[in-house]
Ligand binder design. Structure first.
Ligand code: C5P
Length: 189
């Protein structure tokens, strides 16, 4: 939400595809509300066509139940086990049809956030991964502050504990820098 707001504030035309949250729609941004990973995949696919930059911040569930009941499941009828199937990796799909777009992913990790981020950078064909260590209490999920590393093909840069608004500004600065580089590169080519 902070990134969508910041990009909108700087004059970008922004579509925010959001799963369920109590956060209100940001001002100046088109917000599309979805509930499932499959709905998110479809909403993202239609917004992706016309976009120059995609930033994937959602913590999408990796699995979904194979069957969904329309009504209440009575305890006597309930299966003892839920069968789960894989959800699509939405960002990896975007990476496969990236064209000239800039793609930014997030990595919520425990252990080695920078190593995991670098692996995602390659595997999903990204330009930047914002990595954070979700094992540290009081930051990241459910908090207004975070500490992150920016990981790209050039190296990594630490952003120490700060507000998500400041992190959103730093992410947007990076995106603007990359757009500028691409623009200059295109002109030279
Ligand atoms: O592979 P991992 O889930 O750790 O990668 C995280 C990145 O991939 C985030 O940018 C997240 O928004 C995106 N993602 C996705 N679809 C999924 C899972 C993750 O787009 N099913």
């Amino acid at each position: 939400y902070a990134i969508a707001e910041e990009c909108g504030r700087r004059g970008a035309s922004v579509t925010l595809v959001s799963g369920p949250t109590v956060l209100p729609d940001p001002f100046g941004v088109t917000t599309v509300r979805v509930e499932t990973a499959l709905e998110m995949e479809a909403a993202v696919a239609s917004a992706y066509e016309a976009c120059d930059v995609a930033v994937a911040t959602a913590a999408v569930a990796d699995f979904r139940p194979q069957t969904v009941s329309a009504g209440k499941i009575k305890k006597d009828d309930a299966a003892a086990q839920l069968v789960l199937v894989r959800n699509p990796d939405i960002l990896a799909g975007l990476g496969q049809r990236k064209g000239t777009r800039i793609l930014v992913g997030f990595a919520a990790e425990t252990g080695d956030p920078i190593g995991a981020a670098r692996a995602k950078l390659d595997a999903k064909n990204l330009d930047l991964v914002v990595a954070n260590d979700v094992s540290v209490p009081g930051q990241g999920f459910g908090a207004d502050v975070n500490a992150v590393w920016f990981v790209d093909s050039q190296g990594e840069r630490e952003i120490e504990l700060t507000s998500k608004r400041q992190i959103a500004r730093a992410v947007t600065d990076e995106v603007v820098r990359m757009l500028g580089e691409r623009h200059t590169g295109n002109r030279e080519a």
